[in-house]
Ligand binder design. Structure first.
Ligand code: ADP
Ligand code: NI
Length: 218
């Protein structure tokens, strides 16, 4: 099968699977990540076929989307097998997805430029204007407040506090979103992250100014 055909078929398959997905991994997240990943791939000289397939498939093994990660990975592997993707490419794509589905990236950085590019693209979708929107959508779905002044914003929350839902959308910026810029793998990713990061800083300043908690802002 031509690479172009495999990509088209995969795009249709993922679109069908994730339309209406409600955990923040809907088709439009995948579409944005794929577009960004292709752009980064061109800038970084990464293999476009691997990057595109990995980006399209990257959330199909997430246990928020499928019953189990193993089942998700098996489905992806079968999909690639059915579409005659060669063994080496299959393994590469699966490695990227497996690595990305570990929360926090398993502490290790992705070794190939293709993996680095897809991870950067996924992280870029969590910051900036889109990232802010996703954060509030996610918090709303979990029943978390916009912001709870009593919680120490700048402090890392303990795991038990977090488990008990004592978090808020604004806390998530400090827990994760503001850290992502420094975690970018590639120069091109970092450059894109800088602008989005700045927007979040401006947003938080404005938020704290409006609620009269200037000392908490930056
Ligand atoms: P992905 O798997 O695409 O990297 P996640 O599953 O970690 O993303 O999260 C999906 C979206 O929801 C992201 O934009 C993320 O920032 C946001 N999110 C995740 N956890 C929280 C939280 N506790 N509060 C607010 N937003 C969150
Ligand atoms: Ni994702």
């Amino acid at each position: 099968m031509e690479q172009e055909q495999v990509i088209d078929a995969t795009e249709n398959f993922v679109r069908q699977t994730l339309l209406g997905e409600e955990s923040g991994h809907d088709w439009y997240h995948i579409e944005r990540v794929t577009t960004t990943a292709k752009k980064l791939a061109a800038e970084e000289g990464a293999n476009l076929f691997i990057v595109t397939l990995a980006a399209l498939l990257h959330d199909l093994a997430d246990d928020k989307v499928v019953d189990s990660e193993d089942e998700g990975l098996r489905n992806i592997q079968n999909w690639l097998l059915d579409h005659q993707v060669n063994q080496e490419d299959q393994e590469h794509i699966l490695m990227i997805i497996l690595h990305m589905s570990f929360k926090g990236g398993n502490g290790k950085s992705l070794e190939t430029i293709e993996g680095q590019v897809v991870q950067d693209a996924d992280r870029l979708d969590a910051i900036g204007a889109v990232g802010i929107a996703r954060c509030f959508t996610y918090a709303g779905k979990k029943g978390q407040p916009i912001y709870e002044p009593d919680l120490a914003v700048r402090q890392e929350m303990s795991v038990s506090e977090y488990r008990h839902g004592r978090s808020s959308a604004i806390h998530h910026f400090y827990e994760k979103l503001l850290k992502l810029k420094e975690l970018m793998n590639t120069r091109s990713g970092y450059r894109m992250a800088e602008k989005r990061h700045q927007l979040m800083e401006l947003y938080l300043d404005a938020f704290f100014e409006e609620i009269g908690e200037l000392e908490r802002g930056r």
